[in-house]
Design a protein around this ligand. Structure first.
Ligand code: UDP
Length: 335
């Protein structure tokens, strides 16, 4: 049976994917999630109308049968590995999964005439920017295989646009954070390396003291500055990007951030204010490859998608992450 306007979401059982799937499903969109379940969680798909297919984005025959059955009008592509450190020690894993495997997806899209693609890209494609805030014109010089694996797919998408009219929206996320306000879905990485959950885990006892990576950066308090964008804002940007492509809009690349930089020490202070607890902290050396500052200029996303971050209160973002960590699921889909 062919159903018009069904959307294929790859990696939809992961952190950002699952929040986007939940939003799109609540908007009445028909969704099939394809996820290899290496990092995805079945429980992160909360809408019963969403179909979850365990499988690989590099599997031509599976893709063909899904396209035949559902007649997808667009693909939203999240499926990727995203540990920067691991990408340095095991680059081929990243180039295979993040760059090579999507070729099968694109080949099958071309075969079936599906020409709309929303891509989960990253500010890691910029590397260490000379100027802050980062615009889409900032040169892209990624400094690790993860960033390069994503940038190469951006290039491939541009070439497919030229060759066969694939229209894509490359959404370059800054630091995804927070979770659904009701605590139903959230961030469950194993291992968890991201700052906000690490700070919260230092409070719940799931991890030891929070190690601050570097206090000698050229920033006002010496710690790194990042742009923390709420995951539900990222989800709404994907909905806007789909609308844009479905309305016949051209390919675009857009930064998704708040435009506001927050330091590691400020995040710790925000956590202490929200929880009323004192975070155990140790100060360590810099982590290799961390730029001092990464802050988006998100104005192009407003101009091209009429999207801007709505959940810009870092205390609310931290509160939502704390709700997830301390709620019924205790920050984990499986105990
Ligand atoms: N960070 C830290 N301790 C941690 C985890 C992260 O000091 O345990 C710092 C990290 O050096 C960076 C910021 O927090 O400056 C955000 O790191 P995260 O890994 O969350 O995201 P990234 O910016 O690396 O994508």
């Amino acid at each position: 049976m062919t159903t018009a306007h069904t959307i294929l979401v790859t990696g939809g059982a992961g952190y950002i994917g699952s929040h986007t799937v939940r939003l799109l499903a609540s908007m009445g969109r028909k969704i099939v999630v394809l996820d290899n379940m290496v990092y995805g969680h079945e429980e992160a798909i909360v809408d019963p109308a969403v179909t979850l297919v365990p499988g690989d984005i590099g599997d031509h025959s599976l893709l063909r049968s899904l396209f035949r059955e559902h007649g997808f009008s667009a693909v939203v592509h999240f499926a990727a590995y995203a540990y920067v450190g691991e990408s340095v020690t095991d680059p081929l894993k990243y180039y295979r999964n993040n760059t090579a495997a999507p070729l099968a997806l694109l080949e099958v899209m071309q075969e079936f005439g599906c020409k709309q693609f929303v891509f989960s890209s990253t500010c890691a494609t910029y590397g260490i920017p000379a100027v802050i805030p980062i615009t889409e014109q900032t040169p892209q010089h990624p400094i690790n295989p993860y960033g390069r694996s994503k940038l190469m797919l951006e290039w491939i998408l541009a070439d497919c646009d030229t060759a066969w009219g694939l229209r894509s929206a490359c959404l370059r996320y800054f630091n995804a954070s927070g979770c659904s306000a009701d605590g139903m879905i959230g961030e469950d990485h194993n291992p968890e390396t991201h700052l906000i959950p690490r700070v919260l885990m230092a409070l719940t006892g799931e991890a030891g003291a929070l190690e601050v990576f570097g206090t000698d950066y050229p920033t006002p308090d010496g710690t790194c500055i990042r742009d923390y964008i709420h995951v539900e804002d990222l989800a709404s940007a994907h909905a806007r990007a789909l609308d844009h492509l479905e309305a016949g809009g051209d390919s675009l690349r857009a930064n998704l951030g708040t435009g506001v930089g927050i330091s590691v020490k400020e995040i710790i202070a925000a956590v202490e204010k929200v929880t009323g607890l004192t975070v155990p902290v140790v100060y360590g050396p810099r982590r290799a490859g961390d730029p001092a500052q990464l802050v988006a200029d998100p104005s192009l996303a407003w101009e091209s998608l009429q999207w801007r971050a709505g959940k810009t209160d870092i205390f609310e973002t931290v509160r939502s992450a704390w709700t997830w960590m301390t709620g019924p699921r205790k920050g984990r889909y499986r105990s």
